[in-house]
Design a binder for this molecule. Sequence first.
Ligand SMILES: [Zn+2]
Ligand SMILES: [Zn+2]
Length: 182
Amino acid sequence: MKNEGIEGMERFLSPGSGRGLRALRHFTEGELVFACPAYSYVLTVNERGAHCEHCFSRREDLFKCGKCKQAYYCNVDCQRGDWPMHKLECVAMNAYGENWCPSETVRLVARIIVKQRVTTERTPSERLLLLREFESHLDKMDSEKDEMNQTDIAALHHFYSRHIGDLPDKQALTELFAQVTV
Ligand SMILES: [Zn+2]
Ligand SMILES: [Zn+2]
């Protein structure tokens, strides 16, 4: 199977081992083979205040979001850039106070759902693989993992349903969480 637009590289399927990437030409030392931006990302709560929520720069002179006073940014550009994602949490963090505690996985999945809704074409992050092509390995999920998955889904509904209308159904969410955590 050819992948989209990565010159000199090819995606292949290795039965029993999964997918791989192989070179179709010689690459010289130091040559960049492949790079892509992250599809979605989230700064952990522990790193808040030390890094910009949008570009992850570590600096001393970050300023905080005036509304929630919990998210920090380099400048107005970074704040604006992050707003489509931060708005999912900004008001809720204030409303819930100390009870606002979705896991990083839940926060990331919330962002992915919103991103999927606003993107209609293959993103630069998906040159190799579309997000929906990610393996979920649902067939290999044990009961412990399944329980964690269901807890995450409940938390997503609890913390985000007011900000993300019409969340995907349980089956779709089970698959998405499995794709993200595998
Ligand atoms: Zn920044
Ligand atoms: Zn905020």
